[in-house]
Design a protein around this ligand. Structure first.
Ligand SMILES: Cc1cc2nc3c(=O)[nH]c(=O)nc-3n(C[C@H](O)[C@H](O)[C@H](O)COP(=O)(O)OP(=O)(O)OC[C@H]3O[C@@H](n4cnc5c(N)ncnc54)[C@H](O)[C@@H]3O)c2cc1C
Length: 446
C-alpha cells in the first residue's frame, strides 16, 4: 500500500475527470455534497476530447427515451453555466439508396425520437459548409433536431472549471487512485476518506485502482481510428449539423429490432462486407474552428495493440472522400479504444458497499451522463434510505463539513440547491453488485 502523506475527507470521491466522472461530481455538488475528484492526468484528456462530441438523443435506447428531454435540458443548462459551446443544429443522415431511405423513414415514424424526413436541399442547408456539396445528391434524409454536439476539445476543460471555481469541490490533477477499499481511496501521496466513492476511470481495466480489475468483468476492447480533416478554403467557422451515415445508424443498438435496420445491415454484409468487417460507423462533425472530425473505424485488432491499421484507415479515408466530395486533407490521425461488443452505456457495478464503478460506454453514455449520474448517486446514497435522511438533515441542520470546506446547502455556485430533481429512479440502470449489503451513506463530518 502506498505511503500517504495527507488524508482528505469528503462526502463523495470520484475517480476520473472524464465526462462520466465530472457528471457525477457536478451532480454531487447539486445535492450540496462536498466532492473530491482524483485524475491521473495533469489536465483533462478524457475520451470526449478524442471524439466528435455528438450527443445523440434521437438514437437512445427505448428505456432512456422518456428521460431524454430532462437529459438534454440538463446539458444545455450546464453548457450555459460552463460557457461551453453547444451546437443545437441536430444530426442529419442522408439517404443514397432505397434501403437507407426506408431505415430513415422508420426512425422518423417514431415521434419520441424527434426526427423528421427532410429534402436534400434542407439537409444541405443544415450541414457544415464543407460537407454540403456532397449532400446535394442525396435522396433526402433524416434530421434529428434534438441531437446536440458539444465542443469535444473544450468540453472537459469547461466542465472542470465549474468545479475548480467551487469551494466545496476539488480536482486533484496528476493523482492516480492506486488502491481502493470501503470508504478509502489510496493515491501515491494522498488518501481520500469518503462517504461514497464513484469510480469512472474509463474503459481500460489496467487503470482501475486495485483490486477492481480483479473483481469486475470488463468488456473486450477494440481500437477505433479517426481523422481530423482541414476545412475547405470556402468554409467559414465551425457549425452545422453532425452528419451520420445511414449505415452507422443501422448499427445502433437502439434500432436492433427495427426491420429496416435489419434489412440494411444484411444488405451491407452482402454489398460492402469490408465496412461491416471493420465496424465502420461514419460520422462527421465540425469543430468550432471549422475543421471536420471524421470517424470511426472500429478496427478488428486488440485495444492494447500499439499499431493502427492501414486497411482501416484506407477505408475511413475513402468514405471521407465520398462524404466531402473531394480529396480530404488530413491534419491529424488518432486511435482510441471502444468496446468490441455492445455494452450497456449504463453499466454500474458495486464491488463493495459505498462504492460504484461506472463504465461510460456506448452511444447513449454521453447524452445521458447527467441523468445516469443522478441515478447512480441515488443508488449509492439512498441504498439504505440514508440519503433521504441526509437531505432532510442538511436542510434542517445546516450541512456536513469536510476538510475541503463547508458543503453548501444550496449546491454549487449558480445551481439550484439540494437533491430536488433526482428522484428519477434508476432509469433502467444495469446494476451488478458483488457485495450483498446496500451501501449506507454517511456524510463526512470534521
Ligand atoms: C472515438 C470515440 C467516439 C465516441 N463516440 C461516442 C458517441 O457517439 N456517443 C457517446 O455517448 N459516447 C461516445 N464515446 C464514448 C464517450 O466518449 C465516453 O463514454 C465518454 O466520454 C465518457 O468517458 P468516461 O469519463 O467514462 O471515460 P474517459 O473519458 O476515458 O475518462 C476516464 C478518466 O479517468 C482517468 N483515470 C483512469 N484511471 C484512473 C485512476 N486510477 N486514477 C485517477 N484517474 C484515472 C483517466 O485519466 C481519464 O481522464 C466515444 C468515445 C470515443 C473514444
Amino acid at each position: 500500500m502506498p505511503a500517504a502523506s495527507a488524508t482528505i475527507e469528503t462526502d463523495v470521491c470520484v475517480v476520473g475527470a472524464g465526462l462520466t466522472g465530472l457528471a457525477h461530481a457536478i451532480e454531487a455538488r447539486r445535492r450540496g455534497l462536498s466532492v473530491v475528484v482524483l485524475e491521473r492526468d495533469t489536465r483533462p484528456r478524457g475520451a470526449l476530447t478524442r471524439s466528435c462530441g455528438q450527443l445523440p438523443f434521437a438514437l437512445l435506447p427505448e428505456r432512456d427515451l422518456e428521460h431524454a428531454q430532462r437529459a438534454r435540458a440538463r446539458w444545455l443548462e450546464l453548457a450555459r453555466r460552463a460557457r461551453l459551446a453547444v451546437s443545437e443544429t441536430g444530426m442529419i443522415s442522408p439517404a443514397r439508396t432505397e434501403h437507407e431511405l426506408e431505415l430513415l423513414e422508420s426512425i422518423a415514424a417514431q415521434p419520441q425520437r424527434q426526427a423528421r424526413m427532410a429534402s436534400a436541399a434542407a439537409l444541405t442547408a443544415l450541414a457544415p459548409r464543407a460537407l454540403a456539396p456532397a449532400l446535394r445528391a442525396a435522396r433526402g434524409g433524416l434530421h434529428a433536431a434534438a441531437d446536440l454536439r458539444v465542443d469535444p476539445r473544450g468540453g472537459l476543460v469547461a466542465l472542470s472549471r465549474l468545479l475548480v471555481a467551487d469551494p466545496s469541490a476539488r480536482i486533484e490533477w496528476g493523482t492516480a487512485a492506486r488502491e481502493i477499499e470501503p470508504g478509502l481511496v489510496h493515491c501515491d501521496a494522498l488518501r481520500v476518506r469518503a462517504g461514497a466513492t464513484v469510480v469512472c476511470a474509463g474503459l481500460d481495466p489496467r487503470r482501475l485502482p486495485w483490486p477492481l480489475a480483479r473483481l469486475l468483468p470488463t468488456p473486450a476492447l477494440g481500437r477505433v481510428q479517426l481523422l481530423r480533416i482541414a476545412a475547405s478554403a470556402t468554409n467559414g467557422a465551425g457549425g452545422g449539423a453532425t452528419v451520420t451515415a445511414a449505415a452507422a445508424l443501422a448499427a445502433q443498438p437502439a434500432l436492433d429490432a427495427v426491420p429496416a435496420a435489419v434489412a440494411l445491415r444484411r444488405r451491407l454484409e452482402l454489398e460492402r462486407p469490408e465496412l461491416v468487417e471493420n465496424g465502420l460507423e461514419l460520422t462527421a462533425a465540425s469543430l468550432p474552428g471549422g475543421d471536420i472530425v471524421v470517424g470511426e473505424v472500429v478496427a478488428a485488432r486488440e485495444a492494447d495493440s500499439p499499431f493502427a491499421s492501414a486497411r482501416a484507415e484506407t477505408l475511413l479515408f475513402s468514405e471521407a472522400r465520398l462524404l466531402l466530395g473531394r480529396e480530404p486533407r488530413v491534419l491529424e490521425r488518432w486511435t482510441d479504444i471502444r468496446p468490441r461488443e455492445r455494452v450497456s452505456p449504463r453499466t454500474m457495478l458495486s464491488p463493495f458497499a459505498g462504492t460504484m464503478v461506472v463504465l461510460g460506454a456506448g452511444p447513449a453514455a454521453r447524452a445521458m451522463c447527467h441523468v445516469h449520474a443522478a441515478a447512480v448517486l441515488d443508488e449509492l446514497l439512498e441504498g439504505a434510505g440514508a440519503a433521504a435522511a441526509w437531505t432532510r438533515a442538511a436542510a434542517g441542520l445546516g450541512v456536513a463539513q469536510s476538510s475541503i470546506g463547508r458543503a453548501s446547502r444550496t449546491g454549487a455556485p449558480g445551481e439550484r440547491g439540494g437533491s430536488e430533481s433526482s428522484r428519477s429512479g434508476p432509469s433502467g440502470l444495469e446494476s451488478h453488485s458483488t457485495s450483498r449489503q446496500a451501501p449506507a451513506f454517511q456524510p463526512m463530518r470534521r
